[in-house]
Design a protein around this ligand. Structure first.
Ligand SMILES: O=C(CO)[C@@H](O)[C@H](O)COP(=O)(O)O
Ligand SMILES: [Fe+2]
Length: 228
């Protein structure tokens, strides 16, 4: 992954799907480099979102990097479909993968990058054996399944722990935070160690999407590299 950090990744889950192209165009105009796609299956999480067709449609509206977050059971069954839809990166949940290492190998076999997401209630120790094999850790800062939830404050400490683990293990995954990221907390989230910041409702529910993106990006940059 060769991007200047931090990166703001708007989640199209909060976009108006009746005009998805226009919504993504607002992101293009604000120089957004990543678009986050939330896939929910109604089994792993209690909500259903969308599938590869919408990811493919999003890709037709932008050159941005498509960051696909699979909140689904049996992700191996669908990885190829999302790659064909244009995914540049796929994240799977530790809690949904009994053979996590094999699933990461499966993603990498398609020449794209792989991430592991962990829920707020899952210990960081569950992913330490695989850190050297992955490109991203996605720390969930809400319980997955819905946009528009409140940021869980214990995420700050988990972020700091993850940064320490990365230093101790000399690994080089990027750290993404997802859920409840807003103008009032994004600087602190970046300061605690988040490098990719997902924001759904904070971006697409704003009156002026481009202005909101600029605000979020500026605050994230202010947080970057500062000591918590
Ligand atoms: O993966 C998820 C939720 O499960 C997220 O990507 C949300 O879609 C982010 O939305 P906001 O919390 O920013 O509204
Ligand atoms: Fe997500």
């Amino acid at each position: 992954m060769d991007f200047e950090l931090p990166i703001l990744a708007p989640s199209i889950l909060a976009a108006d799907f009746s005009k998805l192209g226009e919504e993504i165009e607002k992101c293009n105009n604000a120089n957004i480099r990543w678009i986050h796609c939330d896939i929910m299956d109604g089994h792993f999480v209690p909500n259903i979102s969308y599938g590869p067709d919408i990811v493919e449609a999003a890709g037709r509206s932008t050159d941005a990097f498509l960051d696909v977050h699979l909140m689904i059971e049996n992700p191996d069954q669908y990885i190829e479909a999302f790659v064909e839809a244009g995914a540049n990166h796929i994240t799977v949940h530790q809690e949904a993968c009994p053979h996590l290492h094999r699933t990461v190998q499966n993603i990498h076999s398609h020449d794209i990058t792989a991430g592991i997401a962990i829920n707020p209630g899952t210990s960081l120790s569950t992913i330490t054996p695989i850190l050297e094999d992955i490109d991203m850790v996605l720390l969930m800062s809400v319980n997955p399944g819905f946009g528009g939830q409140s940021f869980i404050p214990s995420t700050y400490q988990r972020l700091q722990q993850l940064v320490q683990i990365r230093e101790q293990t000399s690994t080089n995954f990027v750290i993404e935070v997802d859920g409840g990221v807003k103008p009032h907390n994004i600087q602190k989230v970046a300061q605690a160690g988040a490098e990719i910041l997902v924001a759904g409702s904070a971006v697409f529910k704003a009156d002026d999407v481009q202005k909101r993106i600029a605000t979020l990006q500026n605050k994230a940059r202010l947080g970057k590299g500062t000591v918590a």
